[in-house]
Design a protein around this ligand. Sequence first.
Ligand SMILES: Cc1cc2nc3c(=O)[nH]c(=O)nc-3n(C[C@H](O)[C@H](O)[C@H](O)COP(=O)(O)OP(=O)(O)OC[C@H]3O[C@@H](n4cnc5c(N)ncnc54)[C@H](O)[C@@H]3O)c2cc1C
Length: 401
Amino acid sequence: MGIKVLEEKCIGCGLCLKVCPFAVIRLENKKAIIDEAGCNLCGACVEACKKFEAIEIKREEQTSQTKDLSAYKGIWVFAEHREEKIQNVTYELLGEAQQLAKELKCEISAVLCGDSNIEEEADHLFAHGAQKVYLVTDPELKNYKTATYTRVITELINKYKPEIMLIGATTTGRDLAARLAIRVNCGLTADCTGLAIDPEKKILLQTRPAFGGNIMATIISPNHRPQMATVRPKVFRKSKIQNPKSKNIIRHKTDLKPEDLVVKLLEIIKDESVKVNLADAEIIVSGGRGIGEAKNFQLIKDLAKVLGGAVGASRATVDAGWISAHHQVGQTGKTVAPKLYIACGISGKIQHLVGMQGSDTIIAINKDADAPIFKVATYGIVADLFDIVPALTKKLQEIRG
Ligand SMILES: Cc1cc2nc3c(=O)[nH]c(=O)nc-3n(C[C@H](O)[C@H](O)[C@H](O)COP(=O)(O)OP(=O)(O)OC[C@H]3O[C@@H](n4cnc5c(N)ncnc54)[C@H](O)[C@@H]3O)c2cc1C
């Protein structure tokens, strides 16, 4: 594996320098020189040099012929925790892993890294369906840091060889999954909205929106292991608490190197400005472009308040500057699955639907009877939201005293 400048073809045009995102290419005597230590083989320079074909990348070919895929067994879920409390997305992934494991007839494991007292959390993982927990403890693993977590989980994957690895598409999970995929040389499907097993080939079918959400693409990784996917919180249901089938803890000793410890966590400062917790809300009232202007969000807020719910929004309203992006539901916003989702003046474009169609009950208020939101709505009200929303709020206020 490596990158090479073919001197006889390089004319010293400098195109590669301009596109290198890591600034590791320089010109010497009108020839490009690449500092391999800083290069991550992204291929931008090869693309820029297409005309001269003076840069070559040799990637390690790990196909099913060279890598024994049958050695990879079981489904792993990364146990994400914050302040030493396992995050719900982990339980959601364990729930989905149980469905996949039925097809594969394999074991489900969780990967838990942290300080010594994180071991107490292993019981929650067992109760949510993990049969095995790979546990790595070290004071340096108390909080998530890219280098340390990547190091230990890479060690685990290389040693114990999971067939599938599922990670929450959270800020932490997205950061970790990308690094791991590079380290263990496997593919990664980010932000999946559906997972299944191909009944014949027994490989993971990873579905996610593609081309701006206009199609749903199903992606496979037939030649590399593990098959790695991230899934956003609330896409799957949390697994039910159950009596553990087994409680097998595999302790792994890691030997963190000084180069893994270059980042020091000095302080954790919570962003107090984010007061919206859409992901955990049981009721969400969302406003779309149909509300007409920013000040009319008050109608949505009033209804949300009387219901004890949170305020959501379509991207059209966020882009218009009517409300902050923290409220956005959808493909580029949050994925939510409340008990009740009320969509007011939202057309129901696919990019919005992928973020809320998992809600238990959906009520849509829209004056266009053909609006696509009605296809996913449990109850549809074809009417002017300015008539319906205030009337509903008033009635609920009366009922609630
Ligand atoms: C890559 C990409 C990512 C995207 N990500 C997201 C995302 O995360 N979330 C998201 O929401 N969108 C997203 N979008 C944008 C999405 O395609 C739509 O443009 C957007 O969802 C439309 O918002 P809307 O329904 O509020 O507005 P519109 O589509 O304009 O719909 C407004 C609706 O209000 C109705 N209406 C108007 N007046 C009234 C009234 N008085 N009473 C009742 N109904 C009324 C209309 O009939 C209409 O159906 C994304 C787009 C792209 C390309």
